[in-house]
Write a protein that binds this ligand. Structure first.
Ligand SMILES: NC(=O)C1=CN([C@@H]2O[C@H](COP(=O)(O)OP(=O)(O)OC[C@H]3O[C@@H](n4cnc5c(N)ncnc54)[C@H](OP(=O)(O)O)[C@@H]3O)[C@@H](O)[C@H]2O)C=CC1
Ligand SMILES: O=C(O)CCC(=O)C(=O)O
Length: 444
C-alpha cells in the first residue's frame, strides 16, 4: 500500500472532498509500514474497505419556520464501519455541513471509538441546517423532521447517534422524543439524553474533562504540573466550557475563548464565576462571546483566532482546521509546549508538522477528545442494564479510559529518540483493533 496512490484514487472516485482526503491521508501515512508487513491485508483489499464508508444515507428535511415558510435542508448519516460494534457518533447541525466533512468525521470516529476499549463502530451525521438565530419551536420542528428521515437506519443495536456542533441536550431530547414516537419503543437509540430519561451523568462534561485528563497524562511524561499553566481554549460551546471547568478544578488558568465571530483574551483568567456567565450566555441566551468582553472589560478580537496570545498550553475546541501552519508557528514561538485537541482535526497537516518538528506534546483529537464518546458508550451500557451509575463511578471509568488511550499511544507511538508521536500511536492502535475484527469477520 502506498498512501499517495490510495489518496489519488479516492480523489478520482470521490471528487471535491478535501477534509475526507485529509483525515484518510493522516491515518494511512501512520499505518503504511505496519500494513505493508501483512500481505494478507492487501489480499483482503483491507484499505479500500477501511477508508470507504459502509453506507451513506441522505435525505431531504422539510420543516416549517415560525413565519409559516416551508424550508428544506439536507440530512445525512455516514455509517463508516461497524466491525467492532454498532455504528456510533454525533450529529452536527451547521451551515457548513457537507459529505466531505461528515465522511472525515465518520472515518475519525471509527478510529477514536476503537481506542476507547468499548464496543462501538464509527458513524457521523448531520445537516446543513444552521441553528443560529432559530427559535426553540423551530429547533424542535427541525429535529423532528430530521428524525423522520433518519429513524429507519438507527437503533440501539444498529447505530446510536449523539451530539456534536449545534446539537446538545436540547436537540438530542427532541430527536429522541420523535424516534420514540415513530418506533413506539423506549430504547437507548441516542446518547447525550437528559438524566430523567436514560442519560448518563457526566456525558455533557465528558469530552472537555477527558481532554484535560489526557493532557495531564501527556504532561506527566515530562514531569510538568498542570497547576498554574495558562491555557488558550478556542470555541465556547460544550467542549470548550467543560475543558475550562476541568482546567480550573486542576489549578490551570484558561485565558481565551472564541466563537465563529471572534475571540476574547482575559489576562486575569476565566474563573468559575466568569465561566458560569459564559455557560448562561451560550446555553440559555444563545449570545456571542463578544458580550463577555463587554461584561468583564477585556480584549475582544473580531474575526480572530486566539493562537497569537501568550500562554503555555493550547486546547483547540471549536472546529476542523482552525490552526494552520502560521498559527502553529506563532504558538511555538510564544512558548506553548502542549497542544491537546478537543475538536476533531482542528490542526492542518502543516500545523501538525510544526508541532512535531518542535517536539511539542501534541495529542490529536481522536485520542484526546475520546472522552465524550466513551461516556456515550457507558450510557449505552447503563441503558442496556437499565441502571444509572453515580457521577463518581462514571468519572472513574472515564479517567481509566483516558489513561488507557494514553498508554496505547505511548506503546505504538514512541520513537527512537523517545519523542511520543501521539498521531502515529493513536492511528496504529486503532488500526490494529479494527483490522483484527475485519479480518476475523471475512470479506464483507
Ligand atoms: N460534543 C462532543 O461530545 C464532542 C465534540 N467534539 C468536537 O468538538 C468541537 C466542538 O464541538 P461542541 O463543543 O460539541 O460544539 P458546540 O456547538 O457546542 O460549540 C462549537 C463552538 O465552536 C464554534 N465554531 C463552530 N464552527 C466554527 C467555525 N467554523 N469557526 C469558528 N468557530 C466555530 C462555535 O461558535 P458559533 O457559536 O459562533 O458557531 C462554538 O463556540 C467539534 O470539532 C466537535 O466535532 C469532539 C468530541 C465529542
Ligand atoms: O458521543 C458520541 O456518540 C459522539 C461524540 C462525537 O461526536 C465525537 O466523538 O466526535
Amino acid at each position: 500500500m502506498k498512501t499517495s496512490a490510495v489518496i489519488d484514487q479516492l480523489k478520482r472516485r470521490f471528487p471535491n472532498e478535501p477534509e475526507y482526503y485529509q483525515a484518510v491521508q493522516e491515518v494511512l501515512e501512520s499505518i503504511e509500514d505496519v500494513y505493508n508487513e501483512h500481505p494478507e491485508f492487501e489480499k483482503a483489499n483491507l484499505i479500500e474497505r477501511l477508508v470507504i464508508p459502509d453506507k451513506i444515507h441522505s435525505f431531504r428535511v422539510t420543516w416549517v419556520d415560525d413565519k409559516g415558510n416551508v424550508q428544506t435542508n439536507m440530512g445525512y448519516r455516514v455509517q463508516h464501519n461497524n466491525a467492532i460494534g454498532p455504528y456510533k457518533g454525533g450529529i452536527r447541525f451547521h451551515a457548513s455541513v457537507n459529505l466531505s466533512i461528515l465522511k472525515f468525521l465518520a472515518f475519525e470516529q471509527t478510529f477514536k471509538n476503537a481506542l476507547t476499549t468499548l464496543p462501538m463502530g464509527g458513524a457521523k451525521g448531520g445537516s446543513d441546517f444552521s441553528p443560529r438565530g432559530k427559535s426553540d419551536a423551530e429547533i424542535m420542528r427541525f429535529c423532528q423532521a430530521f428524525v423522520e428521515g433518519l429513524w429507519r437506519v438507527i437503533g440501539p443495536n444498529m447505530d446510536v447517534p449523539a451530539g456534536d456542533i449545534g446539537v446538545g441536550g436540547r436537540e438530542v431530547a427532541y430527536m429522541f422524543g420523535k424516534y420514540k414516537k415513530l418506533t413506539g419503543e423506549f430504547t437507548g437509540a441516542f446518547t447525550g439524553k437528559g438524566i430523567e430519561f436514560g442519560g448518563s451523568l457526566l456525558r455533557p462534561e465528558a469530552t472537555g474533562y477527558g481532554n484535560v485528563y489526557f493532557l495531564n497524562e501527556m504532561l506527566k511524561t515530562r514531569n510538568i504540573a498542570l497547576k498554574g499553566k495558562k491555557c488558550l481554549v478556542s470555541g465556547s460551546g460544550n467542549v470548550a466550557q467543560y475543558t475550562c471547568e476541568k482546567l480550573l478544578q486542576m489549578g490551570a488558568i484558561p485565558v481565551t475563548l472564541s466563537d465563529s465571530d471572534g475571540y476574547i483574551y482575559d489576562p486575569d483568567g476565566i474563573d468559575e464565576e466568569k465561566l458560569k456567565y459564559v455557560m448562561e450566555l451560550k446555553n440559555i441566551y444563545r449570545g456571542r462571546i463578544r458580550e463577555y468582553a463587554e461584561e468583564y472589560g477585556c480584549k475582544y478580537v473580531a474575526g480572530g483566532r486566539p493562537w497569537g496570545e501568550k500562554a503555555d498550553i493550547a486546547l483547540p475546541s471549536a472546529t476542523q482546521n482552525e490552526i494552520d501552519k502560521e498559527d502553529a508557528e506563532k504558538l511555538v514561538a510564544n512558548g506553548i509546549f502542549a497542544v491537546s485537541e478537543g475538536a476533531n482535526m482542528p490542526s492542518t497537516p502543516e500545523a501538525i508538522e510544526v508541532f512535531q518538528k518542535n517536539k511539542i506534546l501534541y495529542a490529536p483529537g481522536k485520542a484526546a477528545n475520546a472522552g465524550g464518546v466513551s461516556v456515550s458508550g457507558l450510557e449505552m451500557t447503563q441503558n442496556s442494564e437499565r441502571i444509572s451509575w453515580t457521577a463518581e463511578q462514571v468519572d472513574e471509568k472515564l479517567k481509566w479510559i483516558m489513561r488507557n488511550i494514553h498508554e496505547n499511544c505511548v506503546k505504538y507511538g514512541t520513537e527512537n529518540d523517545g519523542y511520543i508521536n501521539y498521531v502515529k500511536g493513536a492511528n496504529i492502535a486503532g488500526f490494529m483493533k479494527i483490522t483484527k475484527a475485519m479480518m476475523a469477520q471475512g470479506i464483507l
